[in-house]
Write a protein that binds this ligand. Structure first.
Ligand code: HEM
Length: 468
């Protein structure tokens, strides 16, 4: 028996040495002078499994060992992770030095080659200009706000005495309200069910292993993309065949004059960009805002007061106008605090176009840089008592929204062009929900915070009519 024990010990030790050698060999493969410290994990998989499993703790442990700028290998690529606020800002501000978006192949394949995240330089400037002309602040004020109001009012109708999954509802809201603006409510109503089904397939494939065989998520994403493109082509063709001029985002994209004349593919992919970028971000922030408000009665009381005061000075069916929106101070603070505390966006990805010197380290061409901004949201110096939901901090310090290290909506040349539109949608949703309803959580369901914020079993609430 003892000899079996010795044999087992020998085998285990042998395997340990073997695996240690593989890890060492993999580190050596990437070793170069000037790289930041860190480890590369296993061949092919790198440290992806630990990264996905431990998430923020993986980052914190590596930071404790190597500092705020370290190398690893995650999601199929050698990557440098930057957790340093100053360096993060530098990276986001310096796309022209060759620090361009570094989203995975699946993202580019599914969202398309003319998607804004796939282009840089003058092509990026052009698409961004076109997008801002469709969703920028002046368009919101003159046109979109009214449309968002109309969609949101009908979307939130008749929820009383129902138990709903608010995660599902906010997801549907983010999609439907965006589609209403893009196609107009009449066309959106006709196609939204089938369109959403195809679009959800597309979304699933955006972050996936690019293996295009039936059964893979990537394959599903590519199928979803094909269906969405077909839908959009049919819509564009039928609009071209009709003399009617339509006043919606698709109509504007088709009729953009000299300044932004887009090809058909660019038009389809701009639509996908608008739908995709404002989907999970808007829906998750809305769900988490309701969650935090439920858990913090003082904040709920104050935000309700704000919305009832707005309703009081209007007739029942008057829409929210720009002045009403601008008066929603605590609402805006709740949205920012929610986005910070829940960390709806963990960070953004860049890649190097050539070898580049960052803080004295040389990052080789083609490496990814994960500008990881999550920890900045919990920085004690920026946000005292950082794990407490305290929307008032955004009112006490007006500069907090625009300080150098507030990356809730990204930064630099890629600062979110849909920032104001996203805030408007969440604010108008909260207006109608809070003035019409009260709610109680029924399931006590778990909410995961990493790699994305989600309630795996949904977040069920019982809705009743609000009684003053
Ligand atoms: C609460 C809502 C939102 C949040 C938290 C958010 C967050 C972000 C962040 C962090 C980025 C930077 C990505 C990067 O640097 O790689 C970004 C970019 C972007 N966002 Fe948003 N977003 C929101 C809503 C929207 C909406 C409603 C739209 C619809 C128009 C939109 C469209 C975009 C686009 C097109 C980009 C890429 C910009 C570029 O590459 O120049 N976002 N967003």
């Amino acid at each position: 028996m003892a000899s079996f024990g010795l044999l087992a010990c020998g085998l285990v030790s042998g395997l340990c040495v073997f695996f240690a050698l593989i890890l060492k060999w993999n580190d050596m493969r990437y070793r170069r002078k000037g790289l930041p410290p860190g480890t590369m994990g296993w061949p092919v998989f790198g440290e992806t499994i630990e990264f996905l499993r431990y998430g923020p703790d993986f980052m914190k442990r590596r930071r404790a060992r190597y500092g705020s700028f370290f190398q690893t290998h995650i999601l199929g690529s050698p990557t440098v992770i930057s957790m340093d606020p100053k360096l993060n800002r530098f990276i986001l501000m310096n796309e022209s030095k060759g620090l361009v978006p570094g989203y995975p192949q699946s993202t580019l394949d599914v969202l398309g080659a003319t998607n804004i995240a796939a282009v840089h330089g003058s092509a990026h400037k052009y698409l961004r200009g076109s997008l801002l002309s469709l969703v920028g602040s002046s368009v919101i004020k003159d046109d979109l706000l009214m449309k968002v109001d109309k969609s949101m009012r009908s979307f939130t109708a008749n929820w009383e005495e129902k138990t709903i999954d608010i995660q599902e509802k906010t997801e549907e809201m983010a999609f439907v309200v965006a589609l209403d603006q893009i196609l107009g409510q009449d066309q959106s109503n006709l196609v939204k069910k089938n369109f959403k089904r195809s679009f959800d397939k597309l979304v699933a494939g955006v972050l996936s292993l690019p293996i295009n065989i039936p059964g893979t998520i990537y394959h599903k994403g590519i199928q979803g993309r094909k269906e969405v493109m077909k839908f959009l082509k049919q819509l564009v063709d039928s609009r071209r065949a009709s003399p009617k001029v339509r006043s919606d985002i698709l109509g504007d994209l088709m009729n953009q004059d000299g300044k932004y004349r887009l090809t058909d593919l660019q038009i389809y992919e701009q639509v996908v960009t608008i739908l995709y970028s404002g989907y999970e971000t808007v829906s998750t922030t809305t769900m988490m805002a309701l969650k935090y408000l439920y858990d913090h009665p003082r904040a709920l009381l104050e935000i309700r007061k704000e919305h009832h005061a707005i309703r009081k000075r209007k007739n029942e069916y008057d829409p929210i106008d720009w002045d009403d929106y601008k008066s929603m101070r605590i609402t805006r603070a709740v949205i920012f605090e929610t986005s910070r505390l829940a960390t709806v966006v963990n960070g953004v990805l860049r890649k190097t176009m050539e070898d580049i010197d960052l803080d004295g380290f040389i990052i080789p061409k083609g490496w990814r840089i994960y500008v990881y901004t999550r920890e900045i949201n919990y920085d004690l110096f920026l946000y005292p008592d950082p794990f407490t939901f305290n929307p008032w901090r955004w009112l006490e310090d007006k500069k907090l929204e625009s300080h150098d290290y507030c990356f809730l909506f990204g930064g630099g040349t890629r600062l979110c062009p849909g920032k104001e539109l996203g805030i408007v949608k969440i604010a108008i949703f909260l207006h109608y929900f809070l003035t019409k309803y009260s709610w109680e959580e029924v399931g006590g369901e778990e909410i995961l915070k990493f790699p994305r914020v989600e309630a795996p079993k949904g977040l069920h609430i019982k809705v009743s009519k609000f009684l003053n």
